[in-house]
Design a protein around this ligand. Structure first.
Ligand SMILES: C[S@@+](CC[C@H](N)C(=O)[O-])C[C@H]1O[C@@H](n2cnc3c(N)ncnc32)[C@H](O)[C@@H]1O
Length: 280
């Protein structure tokens, strides 16, 4: 755990962290009292919050399964991967293709420390401590280079993380930098919180509290704002939709949830020659 100064003992347990609050909402055990206080307050303010979090996680599961089974993607760069919980990306991907490789990237020490514990026996998956806002640093990281072959298609996952990046930090440029570095035929998948037009007051109150408690900004964005980031990429069917409407497992009408949108985009193969499979 000494690598990159990574030690859970150094963690400020009094300062609530987005990774550990999210772990609490998912029913995980890698969180502290301060995280639970913020998590409970937010859940009380927005009764649909937990269902929305579960729907976001289920979206990630369906997305990874789709990418491996339908798009033949076997390399994943999971940015803002969070604290490992049931149904992590490597578990889903390697169940379908045992050769699948995953790099988990998070800025939270607890998330990365637990990721490393979980992956100790997995030769094809690693967790690194890094800031996704530094695409060059992430993409040049030695463990990214030894785990993934960036000359071949990769799926970059940015699930429920870009709403922590304010416009002043250039999320559009960050997305563009990853997209530019990827091989043609690569994919970029993301989910992102949006304004809740049905419960604007509750949502604003919850977010104010969350931001003040964590010191982290949380920005809602519309599907149109997300689409504007995807210059040069092809948004795949069914488009930018609420996460529980993205290729749902069941044909039943999805229950209403907090507004979190999800999408899958593909970097086109421009030159002649064999590219990986496109959408089924
Ligand atoms: C809400 S969780 C999402 C976890 C997972 N992607 C999912 O959808 O289930 C967001 C994660 O992003 C991480 N994060 C926030 N800002 C980040 C940054 N700049 N670089 C890397 N990770 C970041 C947080 O630490 C947290 O673990």
């Amino acid at each position: 755990m000494a690598e990159f100064g990574l030690s859970v003992q150094d963690v400020d347990t009094e300062l609530p962290s987005p990774a550990r609050i999210y772990d609490y909402w998912l029913g995980g055990s890698h969180n502290f009292a301060a995280d639970r206080v913020v998590g409970e307050r937010a859940a009380a303010a927005m009764p649909t919050l937990r269902a929305a979090i579960m729907a976001n996680r289920a979206f990630l599961h369906r997305m990874v399964a789709h990418l491996v089974a339908q798009c033949r993607i076997t390399q994943f760069l999971d940015l803002g991967s969070g604290i490992p919980t049931v149904g992590n990306v490597h578990e889903i991907a390697q169940r379908i293709d045992p050769e699948a490789r995953v790099v988990y990237v998070d800025i939270d020490q607890v998330a990365v420390a637990h990721g490393r514990q979980l992956l100790a026996d997995n030769p094809r998956a690693v967790a690194i401590l890094a800031d996704l806002r530094r695409p060059e640093t992430v993409l040049r990281h030695p463990q990214v280079r030894t785990t993934l072959d960036l000359d071949r298609p990769v799926a970059v996952l940015m699930n429920a993380v870009l709403h922590f990046i304010p416009d002043s930090e250039g999320p559009d440029a960050i997305v563009a930098a990853y997209a530019a570095a990827l091989a043609p035929g690569s994919y970029l998948a993301l989910s992102h919180a949006a304004p809740d037009l049905d419960h604007p007051t509750e949502q604003a109150g919850m977010i104010d509290n969350y931001q003040q408690s964590t010191g982290v900004q949380f920005i809602h964005r519309t599907p149109e704002q997300l689409a504007a980031w995807l210059v040069g990429l092809d948004i795949q069917p069914p488009g930018i939709v609420l996460v529980n409407q993205w290729r749902p497992d069941s044909e039943e009408a999805p229950a209403p949830i907090l507004r979190t949108y999800g999408l899958l985009a593909r970097k086109p193969v421009t030159s002649l020659g064999a590219g990986p499979a496109t959408e089924a």
